[in-house]
Design a protein around this ligand. Structure first.
Ligand code: GAR
Length: 210
């Protein structure tokens, strides 16, 4: 069974979805540790409630990003992660960290990448009058929110949507697709090479899957 380490900054509802999927079993992986850059992240409480080791790695004032990331990486190594799952982790990762876990680190992003990398994705979709929005799970590379997409889920955007109603619709889909991707990875079916994600040797993303 694969050792999953989840890295968060906040609520951890995606973490919870993955914990629940592992518990519902059979599932070829388990969450062995949760790391957060924020000491008060609710996701740390979720982890402890599930009996999972939860550690806050809080940046020191003036600490260089590379130094912080080395401390974070040391925790990930300590937990002997087979897979690193970024779930609402809101810090940019240094190249060294990304290289260390290349091909075994995934992220979820609240937009249909390559649209809207970065922040405020729901508001940007509304501002642009998009009729469709969604979320993406991708392998992490040095390009911010730019690694190869594994799986996406689309949602409609309605005339009367606010940022929060749209965010909630996207969140519901995140909680479906992230555990599925984690499962694929733990089954040994997912890989990345030449900036391309593959499932069972087939190039991703699959169209119309989720
Ligand atoms: C999710 O919507 C995730 O897509 C987003 O943060 C939220 C975390 O929610 N991630 C990013 O914006 C990454 N830049 P959660 O803590 O409840 O899982």
């Amino acid at each position: 069974t694969q050792r999953i380490v989840v890295v968060i900054s906040g609520s951890g509802s995606n973490l919870q979805a993955i914990i629940d999927a592992c518990a519902a079993g059979p599932f070829p992986g388990q969450v062995v540790g949760v790391l957060s850059n924020k000491a008060d992240a609710f996701g740390l409480t979720r982890a402890r409630n599930a009996g999972i080791e939860a550690v806050a790695v809080v940046p020191e004032s003036g600490e260089a990003r590379a130094d912080y990331d080395r401390r974070l990486a040391a925790e990930v190594e300590q937990m002997q992660a087979d897979l690193v799952v970024l779930a609402g982790y809101m810090r940019i990762l240094s190249p060294g960290f990304v290289q260390q876990f290349q091909g075994k680190m995934v992220n979820i992003h609240p937009s249909l990448l390559p649209r809207y990398p970065g922040l405020n994705t729901h508001q940007r979709a509304l501002d642009n009058g998009d009729r469709e929005h969604g979320c993406s799970v991708h392998f992490v590379t040095e390009e911010l929110d730019g690694g190869p997409v594994i799986l996406q889920a689309k949602v409609p955007v309605f005339e009367d949507d606010s940022e929060s109603t749209l965010a909630e619709r996207v969140h519901t889909q995140e909680h479906r697709i992230y555990p599925l991707v984690v499962k694929w990875y733990c089954e040994g079916r997912l890989s990345m090479s030449d900036n391309q994600a593959c499932l069972d040797g087939t190039a991703l993303p699959l169209q119309g899957y989720a």
